[in-house]
Design a protein around this ligand. Structure first.
Ligand code: 5RP
Length: 240
């Protein structure tokens, strides 16, 4: 089994939560793309859903699969969002934003009754922070924003290199919202809530990739089977 197979297994499991007539949020990234692909097949065979994509990339994929789309302006409350993550801990706390879509992902997740995270087992961590934390910032005053993030993060027990994410041809990566991403290599984030609170004090920060208290279920597929995290309960469901 490869990482790709595990991502697909997690996506298949999440599909079992989808019911006819649901309003869905569609995540971003390679794992979420597998869910969108499977959903497209179900829509082709008659499933009736309407979906809000969390990025232009996901919108393009969903459109190509003829999945009916809406917006949060037309449909402000969703039943379920299915998305990937860069890291997930036992308390369903997440780091997201590796694909640069964290702001729309958080808006869509919070507009949903439930957020289901699908991931392969490499994303499961004991302590968040091995993956550099993405922070979406406005381009104006970037150096001052970075300086304040550095200081407030230090006050919350986090320090490490903060790098402006680059995209193609070495130019700064631009999010779907016209913003920039700072990737913060803090290492272990012992108190994610304190860091999250501190980042909210920085005017140039739009959102951070810390998703705390937002996810309801984690479906993590790996060599030992599928681990389902729900609250603090952990079930090992099937052996592969
Ligand atoms: C995009 C995200 C993705 O969910 C995260 O990066 C995981 O991606 P992948 O499934 O490709 O590993 O947060 O902003």
């Amino acid at each position: 089994m490869s990482t790709d197979d595990w991502k697909r297994q997690a996506a298949e499991q999440a599909l079992s939560y989808v019911e006819d007539g649901m309003k869905l949020g569609l995540g971003t990234g390679s794992t979420a793309a597998k869910f969108v692909e499977l959903l497209g097949a179900r829509v082709r065979s008659g499933l009736n859903v309407v979906c809000v994509p969390t990025s232009e990339a996901t919108r393009a994929q969903a459109e190509a699969l003829n999945i009916p789309l809406t917006t949060l302006d037309e449909t402000p409350a969703l039943d379920l969002t299915v998305d990937g993550a860069d890291e997930i801990d036992e308390e369903l706390r997440l780091i997201k934003g590796g694909g640069g879509a964290l702001l729309r992902e958080k808006i869509v997740a919070v507009a949903s009754d439930r957020l289901a995270i699908i991931a392969d087992h490499t994303k499961r961590v004991d302590v968040l922070g091995r993956f550099p934390l993405p922070i979406e910032v406005v381009p104006f005053g970037l150096a001052a924003t970075k300086r304040l993030i550095t200081k407030l993060a230090e006050d919350s027990g986090c320090d490490g290199e903060i790098k402006l994410r680059l995209g193609s041809a070495g130019k700064p990566f631009v999010t779907d919202n016209g913003n920039r991403i700072l990737d913060c290599a803090f290492g272990a984030i012992d108190d994610p809530e304190a860091l999250d609170d501190a980042l909210k004090l920085v005017p140039g920060v739009v959102e951070s990739g810390l998703f705390l208290g937002i996810a309801d279920i984690g479906i993590i597929a790996g060599p030992k089977g599928i681990e389902v995290l729900s609250g603090i309960e952990i079930d090992f469901e099937e052996e592969i």
